[in-house]
Write a new protein. Structure first.
Length: 990
């Protein structure tokens, strides 16, 4: 490398002042270098990351805009899918076996509204990941953060990509394409036959391979190439983007790009994204030049004979390609400007680059005319090894269509002809030479205003919002193996969650922070409207709680915290049978735990060594002086002895230390005052309720408690409700009958996933904890998607909505069963566990319409002869009468009653039993509560003595106030029951 300035002292090196740089990009010069690093990684390895090409200007606009966009979302999602796929191939786990569903459903629900939360979980899983990146995701409402924070996250994702095995394999293969072995269209093998090279065709732009027949059926016969011709598949054709895929210098590779050269001050010259970038590593400054007139001003200050000789030689070699790519930049800008003009009724201002070119071209053309007229400077090239300055400048002038001092084309001049350029330059010179600074400042301010208002590529056309990633929407962009793998995962998760059909939920892909907040509001409203009100808490209708909830949800001043609170409240109000089994009976995790294969090997070695040491200790002799301290401990564990250890009597109180339900603590027992159950007025939150009583309206869980030492608020998933804490305190926490809400005592203990001596949390409890700790809109959107996918949408409505009989029928061999819900029972805590009483009627099979059997039917072991087609037909079963609920008119009632009388003769048996609510269809429960709530509302009307009270008045009646006389009678009856109770009971209190 020729660097003559390295041998000279700094004071002998002449100064080099660079001309004014361009300002057409939307990124400040402080962040351009990091933006280029991220873009070049995605641009060169887009097929590996699975991202379609996009323009650098659109990427800058997506970073600068405070709202989230499709382009920014697709970049994050593609990187996350690549990381998790890489971790899966490397046998890295993020959860234990029994919590895999909680982990996999998060990856399945990954979309444009929650990728920031998934990225936070990924960074939180390993302490070796940088803390500053995790801090950005935790403290700020990412991606609604500043530009520099977005670049920090994207820069780390690119660095993480360089650490993957996929990138290392690309380096080993030197960027060569390895094609698949299965056709992208039919997924059949293309390898293995002798004629495979004649029946299949490979794409020269990606790793896809197709059969000739599949190519003709999918793309048409005209798409087949000729012999020895490169062929591109349909995906690669869609990936051909002007300004991105066609802007590659000859000799460049995707693995490494070299700079153009260096100047005398050690600045590095790059040609990237159709621009010349100059980086000063000493003061960390960036200059860039986007058009050919700007490049002319740059080359005018360089020394092609000595200091920048090698740099100018490289520029001369690449000047034709540089001019073509800079020409593409202007074409793209003008194309976007014309598109805006068609959409806007007002005239659109000129582009920034056109205004800047017209100003620079006026000066260049004037100087060219002076040189042509005076003939004072000629181009001489006596030394073939050196490149002189006139030669470089003449090449650029020819590319600018300036020959012999005349302008032959006005493309680079902002559509101004030669006379207009000369006139503009004369006006500028006259204002400077006449010392008329007012005129000069007015001209410069006008030029600055035009440049500032000028259209820039990617800013006004919103190309980052219309970005389409073919790897997300086109199945042919992915290999058949990946498609089958994704399909199997989705099918498996759909058997545990509701992810298809009614469970699908599409959210917008771009918008501001206020738009995303409004979207979550409307999504919660849509979910509530899809669930019948009868599947909510009874007070949801009776006490008009729904109206209050919707007012809080849809109010204008709603913020992030209020939506989080309402989402938690909605989960408590909905009945338990509405959710799938995984919601209340499955395990989950509150954070990912990244464990590599090396970590597992180390743990296995440590455990084997620990077992060996324990075996040696068990075989050691106590008399030997091995340094072992032997400790005597109890073998009872939690089953402590129940005999009294010590007593102390003080007055009417008796204290004792025992092992029954407590651990070495003082318990106090004294005679208590007996109260009959009849005088208990308030309902206990943990008592079983009958059909007439109702549990109080629930409140969201509170995972925060104040510390006793410093008064600070702490948050933990182990915090229990007060009533549960009191019960555990009375029993010493040793009773297996006391169940903590939200925890599963039947779950198998796993110290690696849950290193606490208590039951593991359930899926719903982990969801509540994460929702209460959500710090961003993306976290709240992910929690919404989780609860939406955990609802039994398939059982919400009857299979046949036109059938008035909504009862559930079961067809057996000898009879049919139909069940009807006739009662309910709610259990603590707060009615979370429900039981329903059902009546099962068995109907005999009516064979009147079945075809007569002939004599050819032969029965063997209770089976019909399979050779007789008539005998093998199923019997036609008559369905009983039409089921009519409340609200049927009198004429229909008469018909239904007559049909019921005829069908009573067909009932063989009727049984009643209690079953769990989760075993019923949701529409059965909804129909039962519809009738039950209607009965309660009618009773309220009768008790209030007014039959024509509006329904909303009855809903808002929080508690029925009885008349004074009726209250006195009830009070006297309660006192009489109390006296009778004490007379008939004999109390013996210890």
């Amino acid at each position: 490398m020729f660097c003559p300035w390295l041998e000279l002292p700094p004071e002998r090196i002449p100064a080099l002042e660079l001309p004014g740089a361009s300002m057409d990009l939307l990124i400040d010069s402080d962040h351009i270098l990091h933006t280029l690093e991220v873009y070049e990684v995605i641009h060169n390895f887009g097929s590996t990351i699975q991202l379609s090409p996009f323009l650098f200007e659109d990427f800058c606009c997506a970073l600068r805009n405070q709202s989230q966009s499709k382009l920014l979302g697709e970049i994050h999602i593609a990187f996350l899918r690549l990381f998790f796929s890489e971790e899966e191939q490397e046998k890295t786990t993020f959860s234990v076996f029994d919590t895999n569903l909680s982990f996999n459903v998060v990856l399945q629900l990954l979309d444009h509204m929650n990728y920031a939360e998934v990225l936070r979980l990924y960074l939180e899983s390993d302490p070796n990941f940088p803390a500053e990146v995790l801090q950005i995701l935790e403290e700020g409402n990412y991606p609604f953060v500043a530009l520099d924070k977005r670049l920090v996250v994207l820069k780390w994702m690119c660095d993480r990509f360089f650490e993957t095995t996929i990138f290392k394999q690309l380096v080993r293969d030197e960027g060569k394409i390895k094609h698949d072995q299965h056709c992208r269209y039919c997924a059949k093998s293309c390898i293995g036959s002798h004629e495979s090279h004649q029946t299949s065709i490979e794409c020269s732009g990606c790793d896809a391979i197709y059969h000739f027949n599949c190519t003709e059926s999918s793309f048409g016969p005209s798409s087949l190439p000729e012999l020895n011709e490169k062929w591109l598949c349909s995906v690669c054709i869609k990936h051909q983007l002007t300004g991105s895929t066609d802007c590659i210098l000859p000799g460049q590779t995707t693995l490494r790009k070299l700079p153009l050269g260096y100047d005398r001050k050690g600045r590095i010259y790059w040609f990237l994204v159709r621009r010349i970038f100059i980086h000063d590593p000493f003061i960390n400054e960036i200059y860039y030049y986007s058009t050919l007139p700007q490049l002319f001003d740059l080359c005018d200050v360089l020394d092609p004979n000595y200091y920048e000789k090698r740099l100018c030689q490289t520029l001369c070699e690449c000047l034709p390609h540089i001019a073509v790519q800079m020409h593409i930049t202007l074409e793209l800008t003008e194309e976007r400007r014309r598109l805006l003009q068609t959409k806007s009724p007002k005239p659109v201002v000129d582009a920034y680059l056109q205004v800047d070119n017209s100003h620079r071209m006026a000066k260049i053309l004037t100087e060219a005319q002076i040189e042509a007229d005076n003939k004072s400077e000629q181009i001489t090239d006596n030394n073939c090894d050196s490149v002189e300055k006139p030669c470089i400048m003449q090449i650029i002038r020819n590319l600018l269509c300036i020959r012999h001092g005349r302008l032959e084309a006005c493309y680079w001049s902002g559509k101004l002809n030669e006379d207009q350029l000369i006139f503009n330059h004369k006006v500028w010179n006259d204002s400077l030479q006449s010392n008329n600074y007012g005129s000069f400042y007015s001209l410069s301010s006008e030029l600055e205003l035009r440049m500032r208002r000028g259209i820039r590529l990617g800013f006004s056309d919103a190309g980052h919002r219309n970005y389409v990633n073919q790897f997300s929407v086109n199945d042919l962009a992915r290999s058949p193996y990946l498609r089958a793998k994704e399909r199997d995962k989705k099918r498996y998760l759909n058997s545990r969650f509701c992810l298809t059909d009614d469970g699908e939920f599409n959210l917008p892909r771009f918008g501001t922070e206020a738009d995303v907040l409004k979207c979550i509001q409307l999504s919660i409203r849509r979910m509530i409207e899809r669930i019948p009100d009868t599947l909510m808490h009874q007070n949801w209708i009776l006490e008009n709680e729904k109206e209050r909830f919707m007012q809080q949800l849809l109010r204008e001043g709603a913020n992030f915290n209020s939506l989080s609170y309402l989402l938690l409240l909605f989960e408590r109000v909905v009945r338990k049978p509405v959710f799938l089994n995984i919601w209340w009976a499955g395990l989950a995790l509150t954070r990912f735990n990244r464990v590599t294969a090396e970590d597992r090997e180390k743990r296995q070695k440590f455990e084997s060594l620990k077992r060996k040491e324990e075996k040696l200790l068990s075989n050691a002799d106590e008399s030997e002086s091995t340094g072992i301290v032997w400790v005597k401990y109890s073998l009872y564990g939690f089953n402590l002895p129940r005999h009294n250890l010590w007593r102390l009597r003080d007055g009417n109180e008796q204290f004792r230390v025992n092992g029954h339900g407590s651990l070495d603590v003082f318990t106090s027992e004294q005679p208590a005052r007996a109260k009959p159950p009849s005088i208990k007025r308030e309902l206990s939150p943990h008592s079983t309720q009958s059909e007439t009583n109702t549990f109080p309206y629930p409140k969201p869980y509170n995972f925060k408690r104040k510390s006793c030492n410093n008064g600070r608020t702490k948050e933990s998933i182990l915090i229990l409700p007060n009533w549960c804490m009191r019960r555990l305190a009375r029993q010493g926490g040793l009773s297996a009958k006391t169940l903590a809400p939200g925890f599963l005592p039947s779950a198998k203990a796993n110290p690696q996933a849950w290193p606490y001596t208590c039951p593991r949390p359930a899926f719903d409890h982990c969801w509540r904890y994460l929702t209460s700790r959500a710090t961003s809109l993306h976290a709240l959107a992910l929690r919404f998607r989780q609860i939406y996918a955990s609802i039994r949408w398939m059982d919400m409505w009857p299979s046949d909505p036109d059938d008035p009989d909504t009862r559930v029928w079961t067809h057996l061999t000898d009879y049919d069963e139909v069940r009807v819900v006739i009662g309910h029972l709610e259990h603590p805590p707060e009615g979370y566990y429900e039981q329903y009483k059902i009546r099962v009627d068995q109907y005999s099979i009516d064979d009147d319409d079945s075809p007569a059997e002939d004599g050819n039917v032969a029965l063997t072991n209770g089976d019909t002869d399979f050779m007789n087609s008539k005998a093998s037909k199923k019997r036609k079963r008559k369905r009983p009468s039409i089921y009519a609920g409340d609200g049927v008119e009198d004429e229909n009632r008469m018909i239904v009653n007559s049909q019921q009388k005829r069908n009573r003769t067909r009932i063989k048996n009727t049984t009643e039993r209690w079953i769990d609510g989760v075993e019923l269809k949701l529409h059965e429960i909804a129909d039962y509560w519809k009738a039950e709530l209607s009965r309660k509302m009618r009773n309220r009307k009768i008790e209030m003595g007014e039959q024509n009270i509006p329904i909303n008045v009855i809903y808002s009646q929080t508690k029925y106030q009885q008349p004074q006389q009726q209250q006195k009678i009830i009070h006297q009856q309660q006192r009489q029951q109390q006296q009778i109770y004490f007379q008939n009971q004999t109390f013996s209190w210890r």
